[in-house]
Design a protein around this ligand. Structure first.
Ligand code: NAI
Ligand code: MG
Length: 354
């Protein structure tokens, strides 16, 4: 099988970590019978400064018509609003209907408090439909309000994806991968005790989706989002798959990333029907760019995650294992993890293990 992968480095350290992602795909063992073709594509603030658009149509069309998947580095957003500029990754998620944001958060197995969870965040609606308005109250003071939109369709498909991810994680465990979990579990996150209509619909629809007999082996529980945050920090080891509406998912996933020590470790994928973009969770990190010290692991794990969604689980498992090997040995770590290794040295150590 030949997979065509779009490469969008973007800005800052995106330009240093995306080439590492390409290298690991090229280094996968020949026995997997997987070949890759790469297409270099543009997006980001630098692209905006050069061409006046942050996300060229050509990038979107090429991804749509020619690619099986893509890797996205990071983009810089100016701290002051710049006329005509808006985030290309947000636009890309919309234009390709990448309705799920999937973020695995995993510590190494040897850690004292091992963590191995994945947060599945709905990515198209909730408060992020951005339908806001500001108006004047009777006394002239301002009132601002925003629409929180939850649909049965979007809730159903995100919960179904969470169920499928839970099954796939179990399959990977059954094939011998070390894990702290014995059986698959999905936790539905909401606040339906207060928002009985919106979060209530999310909750009941997610329950219905996960009641499908296909998910008979998947345990389902639910948790109110505030107590969830408490438990997430106190007992992170108890979570396997978490499914949440957009806003709660955004907050929980950044919070969970803090549990494993560095943003440089945490991958994500933006997933739609038959397409996935792997994206490290970190930004363009201007403070360390150009120094060859960015941690490439978030990107390498994002490559593996993209492969999972392209049904190449064996290849994905090999990359995860090589990364875990590097972290467990702990000899060649980048500075964000307290080590002295350069980006290149970390990548080469992981390629050797692969
Ligand atoms: P950031 O994630 O770029 O950096 C935060 C801190 O983490 C910095 O000290 C950085 O050096 C460190 N860090 C991040 N990734 C690392 C890695 N791979 N290895 C080692 N250290 C790493 O977030 P910040 O500083 O808030 O934003 C910088 C720029 O990135 C801004 O323009 C922001 O808008 C953009 N950004 C873009 C995102 C995206 O493309 N999805 C996400 C977050 C921020
Ligand atoms: Mg966020």
């Amino acid at each position: 099988r030949t997979l065509r992968i779009g490469l969008i480095p973007g800005d800052g350290i995106g330009k240093e970590v995306i080439p590492a992602g390409r290298r690991i795909l090229e280094a996968l063992p020949a026995s997997l019978k997987l070949k890759f073709e790469f297409v270099d594509l543009k997006a980001g603030f630098e692209t905006f400064e050069q061409t006046g658009v942050a996300l060229p149509d050509k990038t979107v069309e090429t991804l749509k018509n020619e690619c099986d998947g893509a890797l996205f580095g990071a983009v810089s957003s100016p701290s002051k609003a710049v006329k005509g500029y808006s985030s290309p990754i947000v636009a890309l998620r919309k234009r390709l209907d990448l309705y799920a944001n999937v973020r695995p958060v995993k510590s190494v197995m040897t850690a004292t408090n091992p963590i191995d969870m994945v947060i599945v965040r709905e990515n198209t609606e909730d408060l992020y439909v951005k339908e806001e308005r500001t108006y004047a109250a009777e006394d002239g003071s301002k009132i601002a309000e925003a629409i929180k939109r939850i649909s049965e369709k979007a809730s159903f498909r995100i919960a179904t994806m969470a169920g499928e991810i839970a099954l796939r994680r179990q399959k990977i465990r059954d094939s011998g991968a070390a894990s702290i979990h014995q059986s698959p579990m999905v936790t539905i996150t909401h606040k339906s005790n207060v928002l009985s209509q919106t979060d209530g619909l999310f909750r009941s629809t997610a329950r219905e989706a996960l009641a499908n007999p296909r998910f008979a082996s998947v345990g389902v529980e639910e948790q109110i989002v505030d107590s969830m945050v408490y438990k997430l920090f106190r007992q992170p080891e108890t979570y396997d798959v978490i499914v949440a509406p957009n806003l709660y998912g955004d907050i929980l996933s950044d919070g969970a990333a803090a549990l494993v020590g560095s943003l440089g470790l945490v991958p994500s994928a933006n997933v739609g029907e038959g397409f996935a973009i792997g994206e490290p969770c970190h930004g363009s990190a201007p403070d360390i760019m150009g120094k060859n010290i960015a941690n490439p692991i978030a990107t390498l794990r994002s490559v593996a995650l993209m492969l999972e969604f392209l049904n190449e689980e064996t290849a994905a498992a090999k990359i995860y294992a090589a990364v875990d090997g590097n972290l467990e040995e702990g000899k060649l770590l980048s500075p964000d993890l307290g080590g002295k290794a350069t980006t290149t040295e970390v990548v080469e150590d992981i390629l050797r293990r692969l």
